[in-house]
Write a protein that binds this ligand. Structure first.
Ligand code: PHB
Length: 398
């Protein structure tokens, strides 16, 4: 099947050459009427299990709303539990691509695991939509025509939080998180945000992912000369951290804040301990737009629980894929047309409409929220229409 014409395509930039070759090597043809296979690689177990479930449920909700078809083509979803385990990531991606013959990858939550997906997308030209993992490299140094994100970079929400604290007059703050890309990159965002308002990040305290023995870190925090603490934790770990922070009696003296994941999808389990915690994120429960109201009702109907930011990002991954496939009438191998349509899509998201930056990352409002009575209530905009700097992204022309 590989004609000399196809071979010569390999002289193009790495991403596009792989894209062309992958098409030439015979993914199921649209003309044959085969369903498009979407490999949904997410954590369905472990501390991020609830996050994976929200993303998958909302992605499938969008598909159901479209009658199971995107761009006129039937879509088959293949779920794979990546356990948020970076050591199994390469093998898991290969399973989806080689065994299951996925045409498109959607995933994942964990910043370490997503690197294997980015690598596969770059090398094999398979389109990738990241519905959570904020690893900055995916849309900075390792950006590629086929790599898209509907979520955030780890830098974005934390930058908003740092900026909001500085605007409130905080001068000295500390950051607490798991010691991996998500926590460390968020610390940089927090530092940059504080700095933009003349404040300082004086200490970063870390523990290994997904450990939840927070007592040593809380004891260290108590001894610092700071006016605020910011944190990155999510899922089950966030539930426990917020509870332990309240039990340690720190909340009154050192107000807790963070990237919004700290209180996202967790408020019921955190109960009174979360009350008053301020966070920054590209979403809030009560955002007043028609899309949000309809989405929250439909998600609640399907999942029997409230939507959260993860659900929004999964739903928008469906919308972004639809924008690409509508332009190609369901043909995932029509590389340039697919990429161009996704690049210029304006996604009508429950978070508010957004577009993508040149490096394929959402440009979006970062809201300031306060946890009140079981909701993340939006109380302001911490950073309007914030784009990640995208440093080091040299996108090959499409
Ligand atoms: C990440 O690993 O990038 C990550 C995980 C969970 C979140 C946010 C970011 O809630």
């Amino acid at each position: 099947m590989v004609s000399p014409g196809n071979v010569s395509r390999r002289t193009f930039s790495a991403g596009m050459a792989a894209l062309g070759a992958a098409g030439a090597l015979g993914r199921p043809a649209v003309a044959q009427g085969a369903a498009l296979k979407v490999g949904l690689m997410l954590p369905f177990s472990g501390t991020y299990a609830a996050l994976g479930d929200s993303i998958a449920t909302a992605f499938e909700l969008y598909l159901a709303e479209k009658g199971g078809k995107l761009g006129g083509r039937g879509v088959q979803v293949i779920r794979l539990d990546d356990e948020s385990d970076p050591s199994k990531a390469v093998q898991n991606v290969n399973r989806l691509l080689s065994r299951d013959k996925a045409d498109v990858l959607v995933g994942t939550v964990h910043s370490g695991v997503v690197m294997a997906m980015v690598q596969a997308s770059r090398e094999r030209g398979v389109p990738l939509i990241i519905p959570n993992a904020g690893n900055v490299a995916a849309t900075r140094d390792l950006c590629a025509p086929t790599v898209f994100r509907t979520s955030f970079t780890n830098w974005q929400p934390a930058y908003g939080m740092g900026r909001a604290l500085a605007a409130q007059g905080v001068k000295r703050a500390a950051w607490v998180s798991w010691d991996y890309a998500a926590g460390n990159e968020a610390a940089e965002g927090f530092r940059d945000g504080l700095k933009s308002g003349g404040a300082e990040l004086v200490k970063t305290l870390l523990l290994p992912f997904p450990e939840t023995n927070f007592q040593p870190i809380l004891a260290q925090l108590a001894g610092l000369d700071i006016e605020a603490a910011g944190a990155f934790f999510a899922g089950g770990g966030a539930v426990q951290f917020v509870r332990d922070y309240a039990s340690a009696g720190l909340a009154a003296r050192i107000p807790l804040s963070g990237s919004g994941f700290l209180t996202e999808g967790t408020l019921r389990a955190q109960g009174a301990a979360a009350e008053g915690v301020r966070t920054a994120l590209h979403y809030g429960d009560g955002l007043d737009n028609a899309r949000n109201a309809a989405f929250r009702a439909a998600f609640k109907d399907r999942a029997k629980r409230e939507a959260d930011v993860y659900a929004v990002q999964g739903y928008d991954a469906g919308q972004l894929l639809a924008a690409g496939l509508e332009a190609t009438k369901g043909d995932v191998d029509a590389d340039k047309v697919l990429v161009a349509a996704m690049e210029k899509a304006r996604i009508d998201s429950p978070r508010g409409a957004f577009t993508l930056s040149q490096s394929h990352n959402p440009v979006q409002n970062i809201y300031l929220r306060e946890a009140k009575g079981g909701e993340n209530v939006v109380i302001g905009v911490a950073a309007p229409l914030l784009a990640d700097p995208g440093t080091g992204c040299k996108m090959a022309a499409t």
